[in-house]
Each structure stands twice: as C-alpha cells, then as structure tokens.
Design a protein around this ligand. Sequence first.
Ligand SMILES: [Zn+2]
Length: 120
Amino acid sequence: MSKLKKAEIKQINEKLLDTKEQLVSDMEQILKEVKGISANRNVLDEGDEANHMNTRFRNSVILDKQSQELKKVEYALLKINKKNFGVCEMCSESIRFERLLAKPYAKYCIDCKNAIEQNL
Ligand SMILES: [Zn+2]
C-alpha cells in the first residue's frame, strides 16, 4: 500500500489539532462547572446534593473519556512529528488515508484491527 502524501498528512495534522483544541476547551468548560458546584456546596439541600452528585459523576465520566481521547490525539501528533505516522503498529504496512481521515489516531490498519477484534 502506498505511503501517505505530505498533503494528506498535513490535512490529518490539522484535523488532529482541531480535535485537540475542541477537547481542551470542552474539558475546561466541564472543569469550570465542577468548580462552580463545589463552591456552591454549602447552600444545597439534599435534593440538590443528589442532583449535583449525578452531575459530578457524569462530568467525571465525560472528562475521563475526553482525556483518553486527548492522549490518543497527542500520540498521533507525536507520530506525525517523528515521521512514523500512518504506519500500522502491528504489521508496519501503511494505513489507508481514508481510514486515517475518519479516525486520525488509528494505530492499526483495517486488517490488523479486524484480527485484533476477532481475538478479543
Ligand atoms: Zn496492520
């Protein structure tokens, strides 16, 4: 399979940077909300408290998911910097551009990914 072209890598790099920016700003928003909840804690009655527990739980789940995604994005950006982006970590074949465009932080080509999933 052919290697990625420079322009293709550039396109994915931009997509990754956009995703990163979006993730960071979403996370900041949630963290702000979390801080707001803690600050208001003293004035809450029990019903509110339960509500806020739910909110806090939901926020921590979202934050967790987003920080994992952020790690993947940063890992992909690192690979672009090291010029080993777009190579399957399993078989060292090039990953198709279309696949990377849909999932820029894919570590494996579609064949290896399918093989891994079938073995789970
Ligand atoms: Zn592979």
